[in-house]
Design a binder for this molecule. Structure first.
Ligand code: COA
Length: 250
């Protein structure tokens, strides 16, 4: 890594492609992660999970000056105690308060890192089979449905719907609440407007204290980053491919 520092007022967003996955990365994983990796039946799901773990560990290892395999991560669901949920550094305070968020969708895997505040990242492939008409009433608030009605048909409509979706999922991931919260009660700005939280009955404090950043994930994916701070931060995209390949031979 050329620059291994994570400045206080920055968010680094690391991106990997499915083609960056290789078996050599599995030795970075801890036993909990290996058990989850072994449980995936489909190669793409396996590769997405492997890349999420590997990018998290390689970047954190660089920020902390540690061996990626030695970075202590906690994967424990607060609901059931299972080995899933928002992943955290075992000693986040000792690690300068680094928070991070992992996402996988389509052919991309992303991990966002930040010292200043909690982050949530979401990426979605645009070409996924999606019945927008069926999903929209459960996901979108009245004003959002009206904005979606102005979208075109086909891919344009799917992209606009997924832009709403990514904004909402990024926010719930930053808070760590996941999709237990009804998405239609979390209202965000329309697809052509600057991304922001407009209203949320469950968490009214999120309005004005959550920043959303639309990310450029290429023509085939939508992506959004949420940061739980009213202060502006600098979002820096990074490519993980070369670093991941450097672990092929060790
Ligand atoms: C969080 C959630 C929205 C992510 O959905 P997804 O379709 O898997 O989407 P992504 O690929 O973008 O994100 C997956 C990553 O989010 C993170 N994550 C999981 N749960 C999370 C939560 N509650 N909050 C924030 N991040 C979470 C993990 O790092 C996960 O990566 P991993 O599978 O490699 O460990 C969804 O998994 C969810 O709602 N989970 C909570 C459901 C729940 O509470 N279940 C109770 C289980 S007992």
């Amino acid at each position: 890594m050329t620059d291994s520092s994570l400045p206080d007022r920055a968010v680094h967003v690391w991106w990997a492609g499915l083609d960056d996955a290789h078996d050599g990365l599995a030795r970075l994983l801890d036993p909990v992660e290996r058990a989850r990796l072994d449980a995936y039946a489909r190669p793409d799901d396996r590769h997405r999970f492997l890349l999420g773990c590997a990018v998290s560990r390689i970047a954190l290892g660089a920020y902390l000056g540690a061996d990626p395999a030695d970075v202590g991560l906690v994967r424990r669901c607060p609901q059931c105690g299972g080995p899933h949920g928002k992943v955290r550094l075992r000693d986040a305070a000792g690690a300068g308060g680094i928070r991070f968020s992992v996402t996988h969708g389509g052919r991309l895997v992303g991990v966002a890192f930040c010292r200043a505040a909690e982050v949530g990242l979401d990426v979605e492939p645009i070409d996924q089979a999606l019945d927008v008409d069926e999903l929209a009433p459960d996901v979108l608030a009245g004003r959002e449905l009206a904005a979606l009605a102005e979208s075109g048909a086909g891919a344009d409509r799917r992209r606009d719907f997924l832009r709403f979706w990514c904004r909402k999922e990024a926010v719930v991931k930053a808070l760590g609440v996941g999709m237990r919260t009804p998405f239609r009660r979390l209202e965000v700005t329309a697809p052509r407007e600057r991304a922001a939280v407009v209203a949320w009955s469950e968490h009214p404090e999120a309005v004005g204290t959550t920043r959303l950043y639309e990310l450029d994930a290429g023509p085939e994916h939508e992506a959004c980053l949420a940061v739980l701070t009213p202060e502006p931060l600098t979002v820096v995209p990074r490519r993980a491919g070369a670093l991941l390949r450097s672990w092929a031979t060790g």
